[in-house]
Design a protein. Structure first.
Length: 282
């Protein structure tokens, strides 16, 4: 992730595995933590202080609400800054979504229309986050289940323009690309070709659920199972097009034994090892 080392795969650090990982550093490239779980003082925070001594970290925010028309919550932004300064992660990322309205926090990552107005709003919020954090944010593409009638900009072009305006990076969630393109009749390879490769700092992969209703198949990004074979293939294609980057395996519901997560990360490492130029680091 830093220096000249080849990018590797990592896993999300979940509460069920905290003590196990603190007792013995796992054989994985890095650990990703959700920032909001470590914004106070708790036994989990103390364990993470121990874990970071032997493991590289990335910090993934889920509550900054970059798409909020109300602007960023300055208190939440300062708490995120404290987490970043305390744990010194190699990567810091957030979602292209909103979750705050009128001071109320909603327990979801909600979509926004891709319009010129939304583009200006999100760019303004990213600029503010950059100024406060003093770090480059990687912006993650969301999973989508519908198209807004008001959207006038394709998602991949929206992301590319955010990179141009703000200097942010991109977290390319390959499972979200697969899910979104299936649900909205898009082309995942065309999506990958349209984003600026140099801006991609990380990949995510995860499991998804298949929901059959009214004669239609809808994919749900639930992070509750092994990575689907089609998503592994798309990751292979993404790395071939964009280059080798750190790959994070997400698993947030029905979290399995640690060895299962490490096995999924080993699958990602196998894909990384097959790509020419693996030693390149963004």
């Amino acid at each position: 992730m830093a220096g000249a080392r080849p990018p590797r795969a990592g896993i999300g650090l979940r509460t069920a595995h905290l003590r196990q990982i603190a007792a013995a550093a796992p054989a994985t490239g890095f650990l990703e933590v959700h920032a909001e779980n470590y914004m106070g003082e708790s036994p989990a925070v103390a364990l993470l202080e121990c874990i970071r001594r032997d493991n590289e970290l990335s910090v993934h925010g889920v509550g900054l609400s970059l798409g909020s028309a109300d602007g960023l919550d300055p208190l939440h932004l300062q708490r995120l800054k404290a987490v970043v300064e305390r744990f010194q992660p190699a990567l810091v990322s957030e979602h292209l979504a909103w979750s705050v309205s009128g001071g109320a926090y909603l327990n979801d990552l909600l979509p926004l229309p891709y319009t010129e107005e939304a583009l200006a709003l999100v760019a303004r919020n990213i600029d503010q986050a950059h100024d406060v954090l003093g770090r480059r944010l990687l912006i993650e593409n969301p999973s989508r289940y519908l198209r807004f009638a008001a959207s006038s900009i394709p998602e991949e072009e929206f992301l590319a323009e955010l990179v141009r305006r703000t200097g942010c990076g991109l977290l390319c969630d390959v499972n979200n690309v697969f899910v979104s393109c299936h649900n909205t009749a898009g082309d995942p390879l065309r999506w990958l070709d349209a984003i600026p490769a140099d801006a991609v700092g990380e990949f995510h992969v995860a499991g998804h659920a298949v929901n059959e209703a009214d004669g239609r198949t809808m994919l749900i990004d639930d992070h509750g199972s092994r990575v689907h074979s089609a998503v592994w293939r798309l990751l292979d294609q993404a790395i071939a097009r964009i280059g080798a980057r750190p790959v994070l395996v997400e698993w947030d519901t029905d979290v399995p034994a640690l060895d299962v997560l490490l096995g999924e990360a080993a699958m990602a490492d196998q894909i990384l090892s097959r790509i020419p130029g693996r030693s390149r680091v963004a």
